[in-house]
Ligand binder design. Structure first.
Ligand code: HEC
Length: 189
């Protein structure tokens, strides 16, 4: 499975995060997962008996790379611990715009059990199941709901503290710890 090759978590590397070079590698490995090799994509496509679902999973991966790269870049470029508008607030505005345009629904959900903003706590059954899976150490969790042309892919991808700037504000978590997940809801088509 392609998902197994992706590393959205750096939990295994917590002990080696002291060296800045390693930290940079962890950030890149976590938020900028390398593109799947072309032959992997081909074999995954061949193995799939459900091409629409595979396409939707690819869309989630693309969106996840886009949102996570944007949040990391904005944080690195503009944000320090005294800022009242963390990058995640910009992401929330973009999520809202995308939903209004009818593209997809995305939401940042807490996985610490103590969110800064209670609105970010898991609400739906899917978010509660994803909360459990992500806290158990899974980097990805999904469910397919509905039938026929009403099918939807619900997906959750882990959001760790990927750089010191995250932990400067989220002080209860160190770099490498899980902070939350992004929850996606996309039509399968
Ligand atoms: C300037 C301080 C600051 C920085 C830097 C920051 N955050 Fe946050 N973060 C916040 C605030 C404030 C909220 C609550 C936002 C809201 O009102 O929804 C939040 C919310 C979150 C949440 C949702 C759970 C919760 O606590 O409400 C996650 C997950 C999260 N941030 C991850 C990150 C990651 C990953 C980084 C680094 C790329 C990061 N944050 C950097 C301040 C910060």
């Amino acid at each position: 499975m392609l998902w197994n090759t992706r590393r959205w978590t750096v939990l295994g590397c917590v002990g080696c995060l002291a060296a800045s070079a390693v930290l940079a590698a962890a950030v890149l490995g976590t938020w900028h997962a390398p593109a799947a090799r072309a032959e992997d994509r081909v074999s995954a496509a061949k193995a799939s008996t459900d091409p629409a679902l595979e396409r939707t999973r690819e869309e989630v991966k693309m969106l996840d790379d886009l949102y996570k790269n944007a949040v990391v870049s904005i944080t690195r470029t503009y944000i320090d611990r005294d800022d009242k508008q963390p990058a995640i607030m910009v992401a929330k505005q973009v999520f809202s715009a995308m939903r209004k345009q009818g593209w997809h629904s995305a939401r940042l959900v807490d996985a610490t059990g103590e969110p800064f903003n209670d609105e970010n706590a898991p609400v739906t059954d899917f978010e509660k199941a994803a909360f459990k899976a992500i806290r158990e150490g899974k980097p990805y969790y999904e469910e397919v709901v509905g039938t026929g042309d009403q099918r939807r892919l619900l997906a959750a991808t882990v959001v760790p503290s990927v750089m010191q700037k995250c932990s400067d504000c989220h002080t209860s978590k160190k770099v490498g710890d899980v902070l939350g997940f992004l929850r996606y809801d996309l039509k399968v088509r």
